[in-house]
Design a protein around this ligand. Structure first.
Ligand code: AMP
Length: 215
């Protein structure tokens, strides 16, 4: 089973992805994380990728295609994939379909976690990340035990550069311009599963699991 998990920033994709990967044991491709680790490496494209991410822009489709290919190609395709934050534009969606076709596979489901723009801004503004281990917190829904300190490794909690208000607005605009057209395509292809993301984590998870094998 090959699944795409999509949703506006702060929709809880990452949380659901982790739970689904644990349950179904598929390969997990989290594009935001892959790109952030490239930005922090000595890769020749690190500088440009970091700048793009910090501004809340999207990394170029062609570069994302190469990265995705590299990741998919190395994995056991029979285990299936869960794609998180990828594809994020219609060209990326078509690239992914082409890639999977080469392995005799297809996209089986696109799960769309829907939350309003206001909710997205509210959640992202409250998001904090551990500088040391990357653990994610939310000051409203999932605060650390000690303010400003990671529960797991005691690292310092910081706000991501692209979680600043201006970058958030820009990312949301890109989501509606570039990512939403994928939803229409998936609807036409009869693989779209839309989920109300403004509910407790467990409820969302249960709905996904109960509907995943049906349309
Ligand atoms: P995320 O952690 O999913 O919010 O992604 C963080 C940032 O990585 C995004 O704001 C983009 O700059 C970049 N990024 C992640 N996934 C993609 C993608 N599929 N295409 C282009 N840029 C991406």
């Amino acid at each position: 089973m090959n699944i795409i998990l999509l949703g506006p920033q702060g929709s809880g994709k990452g949380t659901q992805a982790e739970m689904l990967v644990k349950k179904y044991g598929m390969n997990y491709v989290e594009m935001g994380n892959i790109l952030r680790s490239i930005a922090a490496s000595d890769n020749q494209y690190a500088g440009v990728v970091k700048k793009t991410i910090d501004k809340g822009d999207m990394v170029e489709d062609e570069y994302v295609r190469l990265i995705a290919w590299d990741h998919i190609n190395k994995q056991d395709k029979e285990k299936g994939f869960l794609f998180d934050g990828y594809p994020r534009s219609l060209p990326q969606y078509e690239h992914l379909q082409d890639m999977l076709r080469k392995f005799g596979k297809k996209i089986d489901r696109l799960i769309y976690l829907n939350i309003s723009q206001e909710e997205s801004v509210r959640r992202l503004s409250a998001r904090r990340i551990c500088k040391k281990c990357g653990e994610i917190y939310n000051l409203i829904t999932n605060p650390p035990v000690t303010a400003g300190e990671c529960d797991k490794c005691k690292g310092e909690l910081i706000q991501r550069e692209d979680d600043q208000p201006e970058a958030i607005r820009h990312r949301l605009q890109l989501f509606s311009e570039r990512t939403e057209p994928i939803l229409e395509r998936a609807r036409q292809e009869n693989i779209l599963m839309e989920i109300n993301g403004e509910r407790p984590i467990e409820q969302i998870y249960e709905e996904i699991v109960s509907r995943i094998w049906t349309r």
